[in-house]
Design a protein around this ligand. Structure first.
Ligand SMILES: NC(=O)c1ccc[n+]([C@@H]2O[C@H](COP(=O)([O-])OP(=O)(O)OC[C@H]3O[C@@H](n4cnc5c(N)ncnc54)[C@H](O)[C@@H]3O)[C@@H](O)[C@H]2O)c1
Ligand SMILES: [Fe+2]
Length: 381
């Protein structure tokens, strides 16, 4: 089977990149933007960094901010109604994965109203039309939703997060401006950065990985491990490295898939509302240990990309251990917890079954049974 690569039509990178939004909106002849952003970003004047540019350029917009972290079916449905009422003709997503994913779902449903129940978009739904054009402006350095064909929505009633995979949701323009990320507090920088590292490592070791995505993932692992500690300290170099590293990871994993660290993180997000990056960071080293026997020489390259010295002199056992230790050390250095107290023994069956059914599970290099997943969840209790 041929390998497929989907990317943005256009992306802008670097400090001040948000200024390009006005030129792009005018060049496309857009009339009115439906701006999706979350309430905290509005309150802390992150959203206004972009809306000020729209105002300065006389570009009309309407703001929608009924979006919570781990966004819900209701957030999407209210957004679809508000979009219709607004008479907008394009979307600007300003935020982390939650704002960008909500925008994608709204844009898809406006163009494909037969999916208005939202749930039917799970997996690879047969949508017919590209979503309403999206300009995506990430404010976290983590999900890379601005360049992925995925979005993740929470079904509160069924306690599930479901992944939708659809090339029709790809933002036409991505604006990756590290200055949009500089207001992130330390803990959020750390957890969203570890989400990006999880994308890079799971994308590199997933079953469908191939040369081109390996190239993206190895570069992303290198950039993220070099930059995350600095980003947490809010250095310019750290923010720039993370902005680029997380995007490059997205260029890869979006096209090949992930693994069970993500399946398990989705479940933890749905059941305990655990922030996505924290859940990924807790699961990543545990899943790396579990997967190691099915990864050939890949952990040697992960260790090298993470700056481990002397990998060529190491045995397979040694470089695998070194790669896992490098991930654990980075996670501890940026203050990620290793335990989730909310998990109870009686929850394990539901958690494991839910992770087993998640869209990311089939990509894992080692096939994990429900019992295996229970054992892995136990390690963070
Ligand atoms: N589409 C994809 O490919 C993809 C990939 C991974 C994860 N996700 C999904 O994305 C969601 C997580 O997104 P996220 O981790 O980016 O966080 P988020 O969008 O959920 O935001 C988390 C919190 O951080 C705040 N925040 C964001 N940027 C900020 C900034 N610059 N300054 C201050 N506060 C800021 C927000 O206001 C919010 O309260 C999850 O639902 C996850 O499943 C999607
Ligand atoms: Fe993720």
């Amino acid at each position: 089977m041929a390998n497929r690569i989907n990317l943005n039509q256009t992306s802008y990178h670097g400090a001040g990149a948000i200024e390009e939004i006005a030129n792009e909106a005018k060049a496309h002849g857009f009339k009115k933007a439906f701006v999706c952003s979350d309430p905290d970003l509005v309150k802390f004047h992150v959203t206004s960094k972009v809306t000020d540019i729209l105002e300065k350029n006389g570009l009309a917009y309407e703001l929608y901010s009924d979006i919570k972290p781990n966004p819900t079916i209701e957030n999407v449905q209210h957004g679809v109604q508000a979009f219709k009422d607004s008479e907008a003709d394009y979307l600007i997503a300003i935020g982390g994965g939650s704002s960008m994913d909500t925008s994608k779902a709204i844009g898809i449903i406006i163009a494909n109203p037969e999916f208005e129940d939202v749930r039917s978009l799970e997996g690879t739904a047969p949508t017919k039309k590209p979503c309403v054009p999206i300009i995506a402006v990430p404010t976290t350095a983590g999900t890379a939703a601005e360049v992925t064909i995925n979005y993740v929505i929470t079904d509160v009633e069924r306690k599930r997060k479901f992944v939708c995979v659809d090339p029709h949701d790809m933002p036409i323009i991505a604006i990756i401006d590290p200055e949009m990320m500089s207001s992130m507090p330390k803990g959020l920088t750390a957890s969203t950065g570890m989400d990006a590292l999880t994308h890079a490592i799971e994308g590199y070791t997933t079953k469908a990985a191939w040369e081109m995505t390996d190239m993206f993932h190895l570069k992303a692992i290198e950039l993220i491990s070099k930059s995350l500690r600095g980003a947490v300290e809010n250095t310019k170099e750290g923010r720039e490295g993370m902005a680029l590293g997380q995007y490059i990871a997205g260029m890869g994993f979006s096209n090949v898939g992930l693994g069970i660290a993500h399946s398990m993180a989705h479940t933890l997000g749905a059941v305990y509302d655990t922030p996505h990056g924290v859940a990924c960071a807790m699961m990543l080293p545990i899943v790396m240990e579990y997967n190691q026997e099915c990864t050939g020489e890949k952990y040697c390259e992960i260790a090298r990309a993470m700056g481990v010295k002397g990998v060529d002199e190491m045995s397979q056992d040694e470089y695998r251990k070194a790669a896992i230790e490098a991930v654990k050390k980075l996670s501890v250095d940026v203050g990620i917890p290793t335990k989730l107290e909310a998990i109870k023994e009686e929850d394990l069956q539901f958690l494991a079954e839910s992770a087993h059914a998640d869209a990311c599970a089939p990509g894992n290099p080692k096939d994990a049974s429900v019992e295996d997943l229970k054992d892995l969840f136990r390690k963070i209790m």
